[in-house]
Every structure is written in structure tokens, then in C-alpha cells.
Design a protein around this ligand. Sequence first.
Ligand code: PLP
Length: 392
Amino acid sequence: MKRVYLDYSATTPLSPSVLSEMLPYFTEQFGNANSMHAFGQEGAYAVDGARRKIAELLGVKPTEIYFTSGGTEADNWALKGGAHAYKSKGKHVITSKIEHAAILSSAAQLEAEGYKVTYLPCDEHGIIRPEYLEEAITDDTSIVSIMLANNEIGTVQPIKELCEIAHRHGALFHTDAVQALGSIPVSILDLGVDMMSFSAHKFYGPKGIGVLYVKGGIKPDKLIAGGHQERTRRGGTTNVPAVVGLAKALEEAIEGLEANYNHIKGLRDYFVQEVEKNIPFVVYNGHRDSRLPQNANFAFEFIEGESLLLTLDLSGIACSSGSACSSGSLEPSHVLLATGLPIEKAHGSIRFSFGKDTTKEDVDYVLETLIGAVKRLRAMSPLYAEYIGGNK
Ligand code: PLP
């Protein structure tokens, strides 16, 4: 059976050249990067080189790069570490209703500690408009965290403007760039942010490794107490192969950005056009233009997203309903609800996310299967029968 993976926003396959670069650090060069001897120094040299390469690719200083276990840890560190370190300014934190669970759960922890958290709304396209932040920010706001691009509907936020507002009020600004980095051009300096999270497995690097960029001079509280790793701010033996893999994957992602962007966006736009042409009663969730190239999210009215997902899975097609992190819960997506989509349409929503290995043939196979699956599921749907009956 043909298999088509359209869930690149959940994770991507490891690039073979990234794997080759990582392999020696599992075997011959296995030393602990904190050991004084030659074995350790080989590891330390690799970590330093990776840190310098990442900093250069991002146009920042190596001392501003902190390795973490991924996007979730980087988000936790930025929000809680930032709020704790700067609480003398005030105990008010601002984020949005459409953040990843890593930020929303961290914000809930801060609320439990007595912080006031404001969750900004988004408009019907999933955009967090600068005026929403203007209205909410106060002299007590110590940190604002808004994601660069949303994982479910792909909306790209006006981060530069949002960051300027935060800075005008003396607040720190963090952005979760986990979905954006490697997909669209990202300039930390141009955006002006104080902290940025990212994660290697979203751009063909290994799982379990990420970065928190922290602008020089800013010191979020430590998240993990331990040894002297990451300039004593994040303890734990450094995962040398993963760090090396992250640097190589980032280099490839940035070098191939334009070609991958055009390829992926071309296929996504074709897919969206064909879905809208061939399937009635669909809503294209998110913003048409301010959007990641890989993301297409549709609400298929009168059917359950999970039934469609499983039907597609039986035909070898992988996509996602809601985000992978919230699958396992049948709660409708908090992101779609925040855009004002009614619960029943949010329940019928599916995310398709494209990658550099996706082909036109793959997309045509998915279109053909999807069009048939939606027809069959609607034929069994009492809601659809009722709607059609009522409109006869
Ligand atoms: N933030 C966003 C926007 C994400 O999409 C994800 C993962 O899906 C994360 C954070 C978490 O990253 P990680 O899987 O590296 O913990």
C-alpha cells in the first residue's frame, strides 16, 4: 500500500547527512563534554563548534545559545524563568490563547504561584493583533510570550510589532519559533526578541534537542539545577550527538530554505485549491497569506476529524486532528475555538502538513482518497442527512 506522510509539523525524518555527522559521537567520540581529558575535550570541541555554527546561522552570539531537551523545555524556561527573574517589575504575564501547551501549562503554573496572566485573543484568521497587546499591557507586565507561527493553523504573527510594544513598556519578549525556524526566514535581530525557542526535530534534526536563545544581559532563572553545563544555567550532561545534529540540520534548513519553501508552498497551494474545488462545506482554517508554507488546516463539516483521520490512516495517509500533543484528548482544539470556529466544525478539522520529500504524486493520491472518504463519511452522517433533507 502507498504510504504518504503529511504530518511534518508533528515531526520530520532525520536527514541522512545529519545522521552521519552525529554517528561518531555515539561511538568513538563518546566522551563527556565536561571531562578534562582528551576524550571529553573532543566532545567539548564538537559542542563549541555546534554552538558557534548555530549562532552564526542565526546572526547572534554563541553565548546567547542555550541547549535544551527541546521546544517544550525552552518554552518552560523562557516563560517561568523570565517571570521569576523579573518579578520585581511586576507579576503580570501576557501570552495568547493559541499558544502551544508548553507555554499554556507554564502560564497556568505561574497563575497558581500568584501571577496574573492575560491570554490575548486572536482574530478569526488566528492573528494576534498588536492592538490586543496594547490594550492588555501594563506597567506591571514583566514578560510577553507570543508564538512566531502556530502549530495547528500555521498563522504567522506580527512578532516585530508585538515585540516593540512589549519593549516600550519595559517588558521582556519571548517567541516560540518551533514551527517557524527552517520553514520561513527568521531573523532574531530584526524581530528584536529577547528569547526564542526552537526544536531540531521540526527541521529534519534529531528529537530531544532544542535551543533557547537568550539575548546577552538577560538572565532568566535557572530551570534545571545541576552541573556547570550551559554556563551553569541548565545542568545535565550535554547530549553531544544531538547538539551536533541540531547544528547540521539548521545549516541544511537555512541553506535549502528558499528551494524547500517554494516546493512545499507550491504543493500546499495546489492541495488547498483542489480541496476547495472538489469538496463542498469545507472551511480553510487560519490566514490565507500570513501562514507557514507547509500548513493546510480544514474543517470538513458534518464529519468527525478522528473518523476522517482513521479512514485516511487505513489508506496509508498520515495527518493530524488538532496537534499531536493534544491527540489522545477529544477536546476540540483550543486554537480553532479561539478563532471563533463553532465546536462542531472544530471537531471536524484536520491538519495536513507538507515536507521537502512530499511529491505531487503524493498529493494527488491524498486528494483522491480524501474526496472519497469525505463523501463516504458524510453519507453515514445523520447531521449531513438532516441538513440536506432540510434544504431540499
Ligand atoms: N512549540 C510548538 C509551537 C510546537 O509545535 C511544539 C511541538 O509540536 C513544541 C513547542 C514542543 O517542542 P518539542 O517537541 O521539541 O518539545
